[in-house]
Design a protein around this ligand. Structure first.
Ligand code: GLV
Ligand code: MN
Ligand code: MN
Length: 430
């Protein structure tokens, strides 16, 4: 871009940043949080439940009121499009609107509403962009109802993933495919479009969900990448038997085996403390789950994360060793059902985001942004396979997320959207 054009583009980015309306943003967050809102301040809006479908309808109506064209695809991702002055591929922003079984108001929702606020601000300021700006609400980022997570964005990037996803069942035996079809039926008025359409670039704004920014007293974070993650399901199969009559040394107790494996994993992770390996055994299913029957079947999930993929490779070797070496009358097996290497966002996207954050931070007298790696995974992890992608973070109070107490100061939420507006408008005029 030549200098006068570049100056004009920066001036528009600055004008967009200065047009963000904090009151409208906070109202939008409160309005979406009412869908699945809980008395403790949390939100229960797992993907493609009726509550999620109602929330999606609310987003469709909100976007249409802003003049957006609304489209969906075979994975029920929702796209809210503000046309550009050309037909060039759009700039994408947004996040996800689903939550954990008990989540907060901000994880995902913030990124979607921030994108809609950018569009509202551009409308207010009368700013036209060369490229269209699309705000997306990806389906099933959380992965709590149907695993793995980030199904919508990964199927968008590689549609060959979708058929296997459609077969995944939730705890009530409903398939993801059935849930997607019901969502598409509920939004029959929304135009269907193909997956994997070209995108010029993508920026996702999200709460940090960890303690780094708060501890650094930074209002904004430039996310350099996302750490590696693997999910496993471990199945311990023994024999159900009477709790009172079966001698201890004659049992085939699946819980005893599962607890022994779990204990060894915790010890292993403590020894790997220097590599910052993180372990979560989050979901347990016990059969028959009765006080006075020895468990015949125990399944549990493992979530491991690390910035260094080799550490996860070593973890898997250790898991193989202890599950195959455990001596008892039953059997133990495991399968990996989600695996992602670390993501690294491109340097030119980071420097643009840095510029946007520096301006927002300095105008608010909040200083420079901090660079950090994301501990959580995000849809941006998959979009990075498809187009130049990056993320902006705002701090999370106490680093708490996936919890009703998840919170970010309103002034930090505002700065995040200001940084997003600058970044998106700059990209949309390239
Ligand atoms: C996303 O919710 C994650 O678990 O990182
Ligand atoms: Mn999220
Ligand atoms: Mn989440």
């Amino acid at each position: 871009m030549n200098q006068p054009l570049q100056d004009a583009s920066i001036a528009l980015a600055e004008k967009a940043q200065d047009s963000i309306n904090n009151e409208r943003l906070q109202n939008a967050i409160a309005a979406l949080a009412a869908f699945g809102g809980r008395d403790d301040g949390g939100v229960a809006r797992e993907t493609l439940t009726q509550i999620d479908l109602d929330a999606r309808r609310h987003l469709i109506d909100t976007a249409r009121a802003l003049g957006c064209e609304v489209e969906t695809d075979d994975c029920a991702n929702l796209f809210f499009r503000r046309p550009g002055t050309t037909d060039l591929p759009p700039v994408l922003t947004g996040s996800h609107a689903d939550t954990q079984p008990v989540g907060g108001k901000l994880d995902g929702a913030y990124g979607v509403l921030a994108g809609l606020e950018v569009i509202a601000a551009l409308n207010d300021a009368g700013i036209a962009t060369r490229r269209a700006i699309e705000v997306v609400a990806w389906t099933n980022e959380e992965g709590s109802r149907f695993g793995p997570g980030a199904m919508g964005s990964s199927a968008f990037v590689d549609p060959s993933r979708l058929p296997a996803y459609r077969e995944v069942r939730d705890g009530d035996n409903i398939t993801f495919g059935e849930a997607v079809d019901a969502a598409l039926l509920a939004s029959a008025d929304v135009t269907r479009r193909p997956l994997a359409l070209p995108i010029a670039s993508c920026v996702e704004l999200h709460i940090e969900q960890g303690p780094v920014l708060e501890r650094a007293h930074a209002a904004l974070g430039v996310v350099t990448g996302i750490q590696s993650v693997r999910w496993y399901k471990v199945e311990c199969t023994g024999m159900a038997a009477h709790a009172g009559t079966t001698p201890m040394d004659e049992r085939s107790d699946a819980m005893m085996a599962a607890v022994a494996i779990a204990q060894q994993l915790y010890v292993y992770v403590a020894k790997e403390a220097a590599s910052n390996l993180r372990l979560t055994l989050g979901r347990w299913q016990v059969g028959p789950n009765s006080v006075n029957t020895i468990p015949g079947k125990v399944d549990f999930t493992i979530d491991v994360r690390c910035v260094d993929a080799e550490v996860l490779e070593r973890f898997e070797l250790y898991l193989t060793k202890i599950t195959s070496g455990y001596q008892w009358r039953g059997s133990i097996s495991f399968e990996c059902f989600f695996s992602r290497p670390p993501t690294h966002f491109p340097a030119d996207m980071l420097s643009l985001i840095e510029r946007a954050c520096v301006r927002a931070g300095h105008l608010a007298k909040r200083g420079d942004p901090q660079r950090l790696t994301s501990g959580a995974f995000h849809d941006a992890m998959y979009l990075a396979e498809h187009c130049p992608t990056a993320m902006i973070f705002v701090p999370s109070k106490g680093g708490i997320s996936h919890n009703a107490a998840e919170e970010t100061a309103p002034e930090d939420l505002y700065l995040g959207v200001q940084a997003l507006a600058y970044t998106v408008v700059e990209l949309a005029n390239r």
